[in-house]
Design a protein around this ligand. Structure first.
Ligand code: ZN
Length: 541
């Protein structure tokens, strides 16, 4: 008998195409299974997970595979068995991943990118930054969205919370806490699950809360929440300007617990945004004098979300750089602003903006958001020893450099080899409101290794014009074979409010093109052509 453990339906997009899409084949490369299809637009998929035997079933609706059945063995060391792809009914292609255990199923991440449905196996996607017991409540802070599951077990009565795809930052995070009434055991259960078990009379009445940004998880105790009122609350107690001169301005932020923070630079106007996670601002904060310096014209405070306090430094110049240093066992954060600054008399007009709103631009010059595809554990296509994530980053960096030489400011959704979710990429772009958003990818299609050339995708009307400029300049200056401008509902293009395109700069499955893509000279050529496309678009719009 089959027991349905979880039922999740994902309908990606709402468009119903009259024509069936075709599932073309599947490829397994280094723990990623890529299923290719020919859809130009949205596809509809439906995912189910079953536990006996453990398997994941993904139905691709309104799709055809034909008579062929595709079957592959999957890595046994990841707890998997095989994948089977078959025509389930006349309009459904069914993909079944058989596993040896549920933990392997939980570590599958499915991405739908372009012509690929990618199954990533054995994914560990977050690192636990801190685990702290505060007034009986356990607080977990991770560097990415936490996916958790909880189980209530008997004899002895306990609550088990698993953080799926999570790893400890350090082995010393494993510990057992015994407070007399309850034993809390924190362990790395296997290489991709952090397990926290609470054993005690009231453990099962604990409540799990996840913060808005999903990076913080709280396991609240019923007694802990009431005790909260009598305990000193967790606050940022003060901000001081330690010293300021022409070379630097040093600010210190103090709290009554370890500060968890995240920072980003935003432009037009130039500012440094520091988000403090899980600490509220003390009342005294609002009454503090403006800590003006040669580097920051103003420091503003507010809330960026229910659990996030935001501190914004309005910077006097784009050339200012920031350095973060922790002190006082992490309860103090020292922020140093450095670099050459213009004469104070030339201070720019101040922009009044509500602290909790998305940053808006009042741009004088054009602004571009560059989005190097993939990153971190998400390698993108992997062929011939090359990773898509490295090629896209390298090209994007070159584009950014050439743009800045031409006086065009750009912002990259990632500057290094890190995972950035599609939602975060969109969020960054929508916050900056650039003139254009350009996502950089390279393609792969193992079933057709002769395929090469450029595909330029757009999703929404404003992207069409941008696509035309980019495509024309890339064909002209990089001499790429023309694989047309195409419409497709890529997540990043569909959800960015600016004109946006996604460039597939050639095929990694085509050996000569792959070798070129991996070379510095050709990347340079592509970058210059992309810059030409951007400039041509900006001139016209
Ligand atoms: Zn890609």
């Amino acid at each position: 008998m089959h027991f349905i453990l979880v039922l999740i339906s994902l309908f990606i997009g709402l468009q119903v195409s009259a024509q069936n899409i075709h599932v073309l084949g599947a490829d397994l490369v280094s723990n990623n299974l890529t299923v290719k299809h020919d859809s130009m637009g949205d596809i509809k998929i439906r995912k189910r997970i079953y536990d006996s035997p453990p398997r994941l079933v993904l139905d691709v609706l309104e799709a055809e595979l034909g008579k062929r059945v595709i079957s592959y063995p999957l890595p046994l060391d990841l707890g998997l068995k095989q994948v089977r792809i078959a025509q389930f009914d006349p309009t459904t292609v069914r993909i079944v991943v058989d596993a040896q255990n549920m933990s392997a199923i939980q570590k599958i991440v499915i991405d739908n990118i372009g012509h690929n449905i990618v199954f990533k196996f054995g994914v560990t996607n977050v690192t636990v930054q801190s685990l702290e017991l505060i007034n009986g409540n356990l607080q977990v802070v991770a560097d990415g969205p936490i996916v958790s599951r909880s189980l209530k077990l008997e004899t002895p009565s306990r609550l088990v919370v698993d953080l799926i795809g999570a790893q400890f930052k350090s082995p010393s995070q494993a510990k057992t806490i015994n407070n007399g009434q309850e034993v809390i055991n924190i362990s790395q259960f296997d290489n991709a699950i952090v397990r926290i078990s609470f054993t005690g009379k009231d453990s099962q009445s604990r409540e799990i809360k996840i913060s808005n940004n999903e990076k913080q998880l709280l396991v609240l105790s019923s007694s802990g929440t009431t005790a909260n009122n009598t305990q000193p609350s967790e606050k940022l107690s003060q901000i001081q300007l330690l010293r300021a001169n022409e070379r630097e301005a040093v600010y210190q932020l103090d709290a009554n617990k370890k500060i968890q923070y995240k920072h980003m630079r935003l432009h037009d106007p130039e500012r440094l945004v520091v988000d403090i996670i899980g600490l509220s601002l003390d009342d005294a904060f609002g009454g503090m004098a403006i800590l003006e310096s040669n580097h920051a014209s103003r420091v503003r405070f507010g809330l960026a979300g229910p659990n996030v306090s935001r501190i914004v430094f309005d910077l006097r110049s784009v050339s200012i750089t920031e350095i973060f240093k922790e002190a006082n066992l992490g309860k103090s954060l020292i922020i140093t602003l450095q670099g050459l600054v213009p004469k104070l008399s030339q201070a720019e007009p101040k922009v009044e903006e509500p602290i909790n709103s998305n940053p808006t631009t009042t741009s004088n010059g054009p602004q571009i958001v560059l989005d190097p595809g993939h990153g971190g554990y998400d390698y993108g296509a992997i062929y011939g020893g090359y990773n898509e994530k490295d090629i896209t980053l390298s090209i994007a960096k070159k584009v950014s450099d050439y743009l800045s030489t031409d006086g065009i400011q750009s912002f990259m959704t990632r500057n290094d080899d890190r995972f950035v979710s599609l939602a975060e990429r969109v969020e960054i772009s929508n916050a900056l409101q650039p003139k254009a958003f350009i996502s950089i990818h390279v393609n792969a299609i193992a079933t057709n290794p002769a395929m090469d050339g450029l595909q330029t995708y757009y999703s929404l009307d404003p992207g069409h014009k941008l696509a035309e400029h980019m495509h024309a300049q890339l064909l002209k200056h990089a001499g790429m074979p023309d694989r047309r401008i195409r419409h497709a509902n890529f997540w990043v293009c569909k959800h960015t409010r600016s004109a946006s395109v996604l460039l597939e700069l050639g095929f990694m499955t085509n050996v000569p093109e792959r070798e070129k893509l991996a070379s510095n000279d050709y990347q340079d050529e592509l970058a210059k052509a992309i810059v030409k496309g951007i400039k041509s678009y900006l001139e016209e719009s």
